[in-house]
Ligand binder design. Structure first.
Ligand SMILES: [Fe+2]
Length: 437
Protein backbone atom coordinates (compact mmCIF):
# COMPACT_ATOMS: atom_id res chain seq x y z
CA UNK A 1 0.00 0.00 0.00
CA UNK A 2 1.12 3.53 -0.74
CA UNK A 3 1.92 5.74 2.20
CA UNK A 4 2.60 9.44 2.35
CA UNK A 5 3.91 12.01 4.77
CA UNK A 6 1.17 14.26 6.18
CA UNK A 7 2.21 17.30 4.10
CA UNK A 8 2.30 15.17 0.95
CA UNK A 9 -1.12 13.87 1.87
CA UNK A 10 -2.55 17.37 2.28
CA UNK A 11 -1.16 18.26 -1.16
CA UNK A 12 -2.61 15.08 -2.61
CA UNK A 13 -6.06 15.94 -1.20
CA UNK A 14 -5.93 19.39 -2.82
CA UNK A 15 -4.78 17.94 -6.17
CA UNK A 16 -7.55 15.36 -5.92
CA UNK A 17 -10.20 18.04 -5.33
CA UNK A 18 -8.96 19.91 -8.38
CA UNK A 19 -9.11 16.68 -10.38
CA UNK A 20 -12.70 16.03 -9.28
CA UNK A 21 -13.71 19.46 -10.54
CA UNK A 22 -12.09 18.58 -13.88
CA UNK A 23 -13.64 15.09 -14.08
CA UNK A 24 -10.90 12.83 -12.67
CA UNK A 25 -10.50 10.73 -9.51
CA UNK A 26 -7.37 8.92 -8.30
CA UNK A 27 -7.21 5.13 -8.05
CA UNK A 28 -5.13 5.45 -4.89
CA UNK A 29 -8.17 6.65 -2.95
CA UNK A 30 -9.64 3.14 -3.08
CA UNK A 31 -6.96 1.28 -1.12
CA UNK A 32 -4.50 3.34 0.88
CA UNK A 33 -3.73 3.41 4.59
CA UNK A 34 -3.16 7.16 4.80
CA UNK A 35 -6.41 7.93 2.94
CA UNK A 36 -8.27 5.52 5.19
CA UNK A 37 -6.78 7.20 8.27
CA UNK A 38 -7.77 10.62 6.97
CA UNK A 39 -11.34 9.43 6.38
CA UNK A 40 -11.51 8.25 10.00
CA UNK A 41 -10.11 11.54 11.27
CA UNK A 42 -12.07 14.07 9.23
CA UNK A 43 -15.05 12.31 7.63
CA UNK A 44 -16.44 9.64 9.94
CA UNK A 45 -15.75 11.82 12.97
CA UNK A 46 -18.05 14.56 11.64
CA UNK A 47 -20.66 13.32 9.14
CA UNK A 48 -24.11 12.03 10.04
CA UNK A 49 -23.81 8.25 9.68
CA UNK A 50 -26.55 5.63 9.61
CA UNK A 51 -26.84 3.44 12.69
CA UNK A 52 -30.08 1.44 12.60
CA UNK A 53 -33.70 1.35 11.55
CA UNK A 54 -36.18 1.93 14.37
CA UNK A 55 -38.01 -1.31 13.47
CA UNK A 56 -34.86 -3.27 14.38
CA UNK A 57 -35.41 -2.33 18.02
CA UNK A 58 -39.22 -2.18 18.40
CA UNK A 59 -39.50 -3.08 22.12
CA UNK A 60 -38.06 -1.69 25.34
CA UNK A 61 -34.62 -3.22 25.92
CA UNK A 62 -34.00 -4.09 22.25
CA UNK A 63 -30.55 -3.12 21.05
CA UNK A 64 -28.15 -3.45 18.13
CA UNK A 65 -24.42 -2.71 18.08
CA UNK A 66 -23.15 -0.78 15.05
CA UNK A 67 -20.24 1.40 14.00
CA UNK A 68 -19.51 4.97 13.05
CA UNK A 69 -16.02 4.86 11.62
CA UNK A 70 -13.97 2.81 14.07
CA UNK A 71 -16.32 3.50 16.99
CA UNK A 72 -18.55 0.69 18.21
CA UNK A 73 -21.92 2.00 19.36
CA UNK A 74 -24.86 0.47 21.22
CA UNK A 75 -28.23 1.67 19.95
CA UNK A 76 -30.87 0.69 22.50
CA UNK A 77 -34.51 1.39 23.32
CA UNK A 78 -34.95 2.40 26.95
CA UNK A 79 -37.80 1.41 29.26
CA UNK A 80 -39.71 4.57 28.30
CA UNK A 81 -39.43 3.80 24.59
CA UNK A 82 -36.84 6.46 23.74
CA UNK A 83 -33.77 5.48 21.75
CA UNK A 84 -30.26 6.01 23.11
CA UNK A 85 -26.86 5.59 21.51
CA UNK A 86 -23.68 5.20 23.55
CA UNK A 87 -20.13 4.16 22.87
CA UNK A 88 -19.88 0.43 23.50
CA UNK A 89 -17.16 0.92 26.09
CA UNK A 90 -16.98 0.64 29.85
CA UNK A 91 -15.84 3.94 31.40
CA UNK A 92 -13.75 2.11 33.99
CA UNK A 93 -11.02 0.52 31.83
CA UNK A 94 -12.41 0.69 28.29
CA UNK A 95 -13.64 -2.86 27.87
CA UNK A 96 -16.27 -3.60 25.24
CA UNK A 97 -19.55 -3.76 27.17
CA UNK A 98 -21.88 -5.60 24.83
CA UNK A 99 -20.45 -8.43 22.76
CA UNK A 100 -23.60 -9.31 20.77
CA UNK A 101 -24.73 -7.65 17.55
CA UNK A 102 -28.34 -7.57 18.71
CA UNK A 103 -30.53 -8.63 21.59
CA UNK A 104 -32.66 -7.40 24.46
CA UNK A 105 -31.32 -6.21 27.79
CA UNK A 106 -32.29 -3.54 30.30
CA UNK A 107 -28.67 -3.38 31.53
CA UNK A 108 -25.12 -3.98 30.37
CA UNK A 109 -22.54 -5.35 32.82
CA UNK A 110 -18.84 -5.18 32.05
CA UNK A 111 -17.16 -8.59 32.06
CA UNK A 112 -13.88 -7.13 33.42
CA UNK A 113 -14.66 -5.51 36.82
CA UNK A 114 -18.45 -5.63 36.78
CA UNK A 115 -19.48 -2.00 36.32
CA UNK A 116 -23.15 -2.02 35.34
CA UNK A 117 -25.11 0.48 33.23
CA UNK A 118 -28.73 0.93 32.26
CA UNK A 119 -29.24 0.57 28.50
CA UNK A 120 -29.64 4.37 28.46
CA UNK A 121 -25.94 4.63 29.40
CA UNK A 122 -26.46 5.60 33.05
CA UNK A 123 -23.94 4.01 35.45
CA UNK A 124 -25.82 2.29 38.27
CA UNK A 125 -23.52 -0.34 39.69
CA UNK A 126 -19.85 -0.20 40.81
CA UNK A 127 -18.63 -3.21 42.79
CA UNK A 128 -16.69 -2.39 45.98
CA UNK A 129 -17.68 1.27 45.59
CA UNK A 130 -17.87 2.35 49.23
CA UNK A 131 -14.81 0.50 50.43
CA UNK A 132 -12.67 1.11 47.34
CA UNK A 133 -13.43 4.66 46.29
CA UNK A 134 -14.32 6.03 49.75
CA UNK A 135 -16.66 8.64 48.28
CA UNK A 136 -14.28 9.88 45.59
CA UNK A 137 -16.24 8.42 42.68
CA UNK A 138 -19.66 9.76 41.68
CA UNK A 139 -21.66 7.40 39.47
CA UNK A 140 -23.23 10.33 37.61
CA UNK A 141 -19.78 11.42 36.36
CA UNK A 142 -19.01 8.10 34.69
CA UNK A 143 -21.94 7.33 32.39
CA UNK A 144 -21.24 5.66 29.05
CA UNK A 145 -20.09 8.14 26.38
CA UNK A 146 -23.25 9.31 24.58
CA UNK A 147 -23.52 9.67 20.82
CA UNK A 148 -25.72 12.38 19.30
CA UNK A 149 -28.56 10.84 17.28
CA UNK A 150 -31.58 11.93 15.27
CA UNK A 151 -33.91 10.13 12.91
CA UNK A 152 -35.75 10.55 9.64
CA UNK A 153 -38.66 8.26 8.68
CA UNK A 154 -37.40 5.45 10.91
CA UNK A 155 -33.72 5.82 9.95
CA UNK A 156 -31.56 6.50 13.01
CA UNK A 157 -28.39 8.44 12.27
CA UNK A 158 -25.59 9.43 14.62
CA UNK A 159 -22.74 11.88 14.53
CA UNK A 160 -19.63 12.07 16.70
CA UNK A 161 -19.60 15.85 16.25
CA UNK A 162 -21.83 17.63 18.81
CA UNK A 163 -21.41 20.92 16.90
CA UNK A 164 -22.36 19.81 13.39
CA UNK A 165 -25.53 20.88 11.57
CA UNK A 166 -28.85 19.11 12.20
CA UNK A 167 -29.73 15.86 10.45
CA UNK A 168 -32.49 17.70 8.57
CA UNK A 169 -29.99 20.19 7.16
CA UNK A 170 -27.54 17.40 6.41
CA UNK A 171 -30.07 15.39 4.36
CA UNK A 172 -31.58 18.53 2.85
CA UNK A 173 -33.51 18.07 -0.39
CA UNK A 174 -32.49 14.42 -0.58
CA UNK A 175 -35.41 13.66 1.74
CA UNK A 176 -37.66 14.10 -1.30
CA UNK A 177 -36.02 11.04 -2.91
CA UNK A 178 -35.54 9.06 0.33
CA UNK A 179 -39.31 9.05 0.71
CA UNK A 180 -39.53 6.81 -2.35
CA UNK A 181 -37.94 4.02 -0.29
CA UNK A 182 -39.45 4.83 3.09
CA UNK A 183 -42.99 6.23 2.83
CA UNK A 184 -44.71 3.11 1.63
CA UNK A 185 -48.16 3.83 2.98
CA UNK A 186 -49.39 5.38 6.21
CA UNK A 187 -47.25 3.14 8.42
CA UNK A 188 -43.98 3.54 6.53
CA UNK A 189 -41.62 0.61 6.25
CA UNK A 190 -39.84 -1.89 8.46
CA UNK A 191 -36.91 -4.26 8.16
CA UNK A 192 -37.69 -7.82 7.10
CA UNK A 193 -35.50 -9.58 9.66
CA UNK A 194 -31.91 -8.85 10.62
CA UNK A 195 -29.41 -7.65 8.01
CA UNK A 196 -27.16 -9.89 5.97
CA UNK A 197 -23.72 -9.04 7.25
CA UNK A 198 -20.33 -9.99 5.80
CA UNK A 199 -16.73 -8.90 5.29
CA UNK A 200 -15.38 -8.03 1.86
CA UNK A 201 -12.02 -7.05 0.38
CA UNK A 202 -13.58 -3.97 -1.13
CA UNK A 203 -13.23 -0.28 -0.44
CA UNK A 204 -16.46 1.15 0.96
CA UNK A 205 -16.38 4.06 -1.49
CA UNK A 206 -16.71 1.81 -4.54
CA UNK A 207 -20.09 0.64 -3.23
CA UNK A 208 -21.16 4.17 -2.29
CA UNK A 209 -20.35 5.36 -5.81
CA UNK A 210 -22.00 2.43 -7.55
CA UNK A 211 -25.23 2.93 -5.63
CA UNK A 212 -25.23 6.68 -6.24
CA UNK A 213 -26.61 5.72 -9.65
CA UNK A 214 -24.29 3.59 -11.78
CA UNK A 215 -26.70 2.73 -14.59
CA UNK A 216 -23.65 2.24 -16.81
CA UNK A 217 -22.63 -1.08 -15.28
CA UNK A 218 -26.04 -2.74 -15.16
CA UNK A 219 -26.35 -4.10 -18.72
CA UNK A 220 -22.75 -5.39 -18.53
CA UNK A 221 -22.14 -6.63 -14.97
CA UNK A 222 -25.70 -7.95 -14.61
CA UNK A 223 -26.38 -8.94 -18.22
CA UNK A 224 -27.47 -12.43 -17.25
CA UNK A 225 -30.47 -10.80 -15.55
CA UNK A 226 -31.67 -9.52 -18.91
CA UNK A 227 -30.81 -12.73 -20.78
CA UNK A 228 -32.63 -14.98 -18.33
CA UNK A 229 -35.71 -12.79 -18.08
CA UNK A 230 -35.44 -11.38 -14.56
CA UNK A 231 -36.06 -7.87 -15.96
CA UNK A 232 -38.93 -8.39 -18.35
CA UNK A 233 -40.13 -4.86 -17.65
CA UNK A 234 -36.95 -3.00 -18.51
CA UNK A 235 -36.03 -4.40 -21.93
CA UNK A 236 -33.08 -2.50 -23.33
CA UNK A 237 -34.03 0.81 -21.72
CA UNK A 238 -31.75 0.65 -18.72
CA UNK A 239 -29.97 3.88 -19.58
CA UNK A 240 -33.15 5.99 -19.68
CA UNK A 241 -34.06 8.15 -16.73
CA UNK A 242 -32.43 10.77 -14.54
CA UNK A 243 -29.44 11.30 -12.29
CA UNK A 244 -30.50 13.50 -9.37
CA UNK A 245 -28.07 14.90 -6.83
CA UNK A 246 -28.05 17.47 -4.07
CA UNK A 247 -25.16 19.73 -5.07
CA UNK A 248 -22.47 20.18 -2.45
CA UNK A 249 -23.99 17.51 -0.23
CA UNK A 250 -22.76 14.30 -1.82
CA UNK A 251 -26.15 12.60 -1.90
CA UNK A 252 -27.34 11.26 -5.26
CA UNK A 253 -29.83 8.88 -6.85
CA UNK A 254 -30.21 7.30 -10.26
CA UNK A 255 -33.81 7.05 -11.42
CA UNK A 256 -34.27 4.46 -14.16
CA UNK A 257 -37.26 4.82 -16.42
CA UNK A 258 -38.94 2.37 -18.81
CA UNK A 259 -41.68 3.80 -21.03
CA UNK A 260 -43.53 0.46 -21.01
CA UNK A 261 -43.41 -0.01 -17.24
CA UNK A 262 -46.70 0.91 -15.53
CA UNK A 263 -46.69 3.66 -12.84
CA UNK A 264 -45.90 2.07 -9.45
CA UNK A 265 -45.76 -1.32 -11.18
CA UNK A 266 -44.55 -4.24 -9.09
CA UNK A 267 -46.33 -2.97 -5.96
CA UNK A 268 -49.72 -4.39 -4.90
CA UNK A 269 -52.32 -2.00 -6.44
CA UNK A 270 -53.88 -1.09 -3.07
CA UNK A 271 -50.44 -0.23 -1.67
CA UNK A 272 -49.66 1.92 -4.71
CA UNK A 273 -52.88 3.88 -4.13
CA UNK A 274 -52.07 4.37 -0.45
CA UNK A 275 -48.54 5.55 -1.31
CA UNK A 276 -49.95 8.26 -3.55
CA UNK A 277 -51.86 9.69 -0.59
CA UNK A 278 -48.62 9.92 1.41
CA UNK A 279 -46.40 11.35 -1.32
CA UNK A 280 -46.61 15.00 -2.39
CA UNK A 281 -47.98 15.76 -5.87
CA UNK A 282 -44.41 16.32 -7.12
CA UNK A 283 -43.23 13.06 -5.60
CA UNK A 284 -46.12 11.16 -7.17
CA UNK A 285 -45.30 12.66 -10.56
CA UNK A 286 -41.61 11.72 -10.31
CA UNK A 287 -42.02 8.32 -8.68
CA UNK A 288 -44.72 7.16 -11.10
CA UNK A 289 -42.07 7.28 -13.86
CA UNK A 290 -39.41 5.40 -11.89
CA UNK A 291 -38.81 1.70 -12.39
CA UNK A 292 -35.42 1.43 -10.65
CA UNK A 293 -34.10 3.85 -8.04
CA UNK A 294 -30.57 3.45 -6.71
CA UNK A 295 -29.21 6.11 -4.38
CA UNK A 296 -26.57 6.93 -1.78
CA UNK A 297 -26.87 9.08 1.33
CA UNK A 298 -23.37 10.46 1.85
CA UNK A 299 -21.18 8.90 3.03
CA UNK A 300 -21.99 5.19 3.27
CA UNK A 301 -25.71 4.37 3.23
CA UNK A 302 -27.47 3.27 0.05
CA UNK A 303 -30.89 2.19 -1.15
CA UNK A 304 -32.08 0.31 -4.18
CA UNK A 305 -35.63 -0.31 -5.34
CA UNK A 306 -36.44 -2.32 -8.44
CA UNK A 307 -38.81 -4.95 -9.78
CA UNK A 308 -37.32 -8.42 -9.99
CA UNK A 309 -39.07 -11.50 -11.34
CA UNK A 310 -39.34 -14.45 -8.98
CA UNK A 311 -39.83 -16.65 -12.04
CA UNK A 312 -38.04 -15.50 -15.21
CA UNK A 313 -40.41 -13.91 -17.68
CA UNK A 314 -43.12 -13.15 -15.12
CA UNK A 315 -43.88 -9.59 -13.95
CA UNK A 316 -41.37 -8.32 -11.42
CA UNK A 317 -41.98 -7.79 -7.70
CA UNK A 318 -40.66 -4.50 -6.32
CA UNK A 319 -38.27 -4.79 -3.42
CA UNK A 320 -36.22 -2.28 -1.45
CA UNK A 321 -32.77 -2.98 -0.08
CA UNK A 322 -30.91 -0.70 2.32
CA UNK A 323 -27.15 -1.11 2.60
CA UNK A 324 -24.44 0.19 4.90
CA UNK A 325 -20.73 0.07 3.99
CA UNK A 326 -18.65 0.05 7.13
CA UNK A 327 -14.94 0.59 6.46
CA UNK A 328 -12.67 -1.61 8.59
CA UNK A 329 -9.33 -0.86 6.90
CA UNK A 330 -7.91 0.25 3.58
CA UNK A 331 -9.63 -1.83 0.91
CA UNK A 332 -11.66 -3.74 3.49
CA UNK A 333 -15.26 -3.32 4.64
CA UNK A 334 -18.18 -4.89 6.41
CA UNK A 335 -21.45 -4.90 4.52
CA UNK A 336 -24.85 -4.70 6.21
CA UNK A 337 -27.70 -5.40 3.80
CA UNK A 338 -31.39 -5.19 4.77
CA UNK A 339 -34.66 -5.77 2.96
CA UNK A 340 -37.22 -3.05 3.75
CA UNK A 341 -40.91 -3.83 3.36
CA UNK A 342 -44.04 -1.68 3.77
CA UNK A 343 -45.22 -2.16 7.34
CA UNK A 344 -48.89 -2.20 6.41
CA UNK A 345 -48.58 -4.57 3.42
CA UNK A 346 -49.87 -8.15 3.33
CA UNK A 347 -47.61 -10.98 4.50
CA UNK A 348 -47.85 -12.40 1.00
CA UNK A 349 -46.33 -9.25 -0.55
CA UNK A 350 -43.70 -8.89 2.18
CA UNK A 351 -42.54 -12.47 1.62
CA UNK A 352 -42.52 -12.04 -2.16
CA UNK A 353 -40.51 -8.81 -1.88
CA UNK A 354 -38.05 -10.55 0.45
CA UNK A 355 -37.67 -13.42 -2.03
CA UNK A 356 -36.98 -10.94 -4.84
CA UNK A 357 -34.40 -9.23 -2.61
CA UNK A 358 -32.62 -12.47 -1.68
CA UNK A 359 -32.46 -13.59 -5.32
CA UNK A 360 -30.73 -10.36 -6.30
CA UNK A 361 -28.93 -8.98 -3.20
CA UNK A 362 -27.70 -9.97 0.24
CA UNK A 363 -24.95 -12.44 0.97
CA UNK A 364 -25.94 -14.97 -1.69
CA UNK A 365 -27.72 -12.64 -4.11
CA UNK A 366 -26.82 -12.97 -7.76
CA UNK A 367 -26.43 -9.21 -8.36
CA UNK A 368 -24.35 -9.00 -5.22
CA UNK A 369 -21.97 -11.65 -6.55
CA UNK A 370 -21.66 -9.81 -9.88
CA UNK A 371 -20.87 -6.57 -8.10
CA UNK A 372 -18.39 -7.78 -5.51
CA UNK A 373 -16.46 -9.77 -8.14
CA UNK A 374 -15.75 -6.44 -9.85
CA UNK A 375 -15.40 -4.30 -6.73
CA UNK A 376 -12.85 -6.61 -5.08
CA UNK A 377 -10.70 -6.52 -8.22
CA UNK A 378 -10.89 -2.71 -8.45
CA UNK A 379 -9.75 -2.62 -4.81
CA UNK A 380 -6.87 -5.00 -5.51
CA UNK A 381 -5.71 -2.91 -8.49
CA UNK A 382 -5.86 0.23 -6.38
CA UNK A 383 -3.20 -1.11 -4.02
CA UNK A 384 -0.70 -2.03 -6.73
CA UNK A 385 2.61 -0.17 -6.84
CA UNK A 386 1.98 1.67 -10.10
CA UNK A 387 -1.33 3.11 -9.03
CA UNK A 388 -0.05 6.21 -7.20
CA UNK A 389 -0.39 8.50 -10.21
CA UNK A 390 -3.22 6.79 -12.06
CA UNK A 391 -6.53 8.66 -12.38
CA UNK A 392 -9.88 7.42 -13.66
CA UNK A 393 -12.16 9.53 -15.89
CA UNK A 394 -15.29 11.00 -14.30
CA UNK A 395 -16.18 13.31 -17.16
CA UNK A 396 -19.35 11.65 -18.39
CA UNK A 397 -22.17 14.18 -18.56
CA UNK A 398 -20.04 17.18 -17.56
CA UNK A 399 -21.92 19.34 -20.01
CA UNK A 400 -25.39 17.96 -19.23
CA UNK A 401 -27.91 20.70 -18.57
CA UNK A 402 -30.50 20.26 -15.82
CA UNK A 403 -33.78 18.79 -17.08
CA UNK A 404 -36.22 21.77 -17.00
CA UNK A 405 -39.30 19.52 -16.99
CA UNK A 406 -38.34 17.49 -13.93
CA UNK A 407 -40.29 18.56 -10.82
CA UNK A 408 -38.03 17.03 -8.14
CA UNK A 409 -35.39 19.08 -6.27
CA UNK A 410 -31.62 19.12 -6.71
CA UNK A 411 -29.46 19.00 -9.80
CA UNK A 412 -31.22 16.61 -12.18
CA UNK A 413 -29.77 15.57 -15.51
CA UNK A 414 -30.68 13.00 -18.12
CA UNK A 415 -29.81 10.34 -19.18
CA UNK A 416 -29.37 8.16 -16.15
CA UNK A 417 -25.95 6.95 -17.40
CA UNK A 418 -23.92 9.88 -16.16
CA UNK A 419 -20.99 10.70 -13.81
CA UNK A 420 -22.67 13.82 -12.38
CA UNK A 421 -23.72 12.13 -9.13
CA UNK A 422 -20.23 10.67 -8.67
CA UNK A 423 -18.48 14.01 -9.07
CA UNK A 424 -20.86 15.39 -6.46
CA UNK A 425 -20.10 12.47 -4.13
CA UNK A 426 -16.33 12.85 -4.49
CA UNK A 427 -16.53 16.60 -4.17
CA UNK A 428 -18.18 16.28 -0.76
CA UNK A 429 -15.69 13.57 0.25
CA UNK A 430 -12.87 15.98 -0.72
CA UNK A 431 -14.43 18.75 1.39
CA UNK A 432 -14.36 16.48 4.44
CA UNK A 433 -10.83 15.18 3.84
CA UNK A 434 -9.58 18.76 3.49
CA UNK A 435 -11.39 19.50 6.77
CA UNK A 436 -13.43 22.23 5.07
CA UNK A 437 -16.94 21.21 6.14
FE1 LIG B 1 -24.53 -3.77 -9.66
Amino acid sequence: MTTAEPSDLADWVQRTRQGIAEGRFPARAFNDQSVYDLEQKHLFSRAWCFLAHESEIPSAGDYVTRFIGNNNIIVARGEDGTIHANLNMCRHRGNVMCKSEMGNSSHFRCSFHGWTYKNTGQLIGVPYMKEGYEGRLKRKDWAMVPVRIDSYEGLIFGTLDPESESLGEYLGDFRFYLDLYLKHGEQGCEVHGPPDHWLANTDWKICAENFAGDGYHTPVAHQWGFHLGYFPSSGSTHSQGWAASVPGRGHGVGLGHSPNFPPFGGFPPELAEEMKTVFSAEQTEVFSKVRTAVGTVFPNLSFLMQPFSLVPGEPGVRFVTMRLYHPVGPGRMEMYSWCLVPKGASKEYKDAAYRAYTLAFGQAGTFEQDDFENWAKVTRSAASTMVADVDFPYSMGMDSDPDPNFVGPGHVVTPYVNDTNFRNLWSRWGDYLANEV
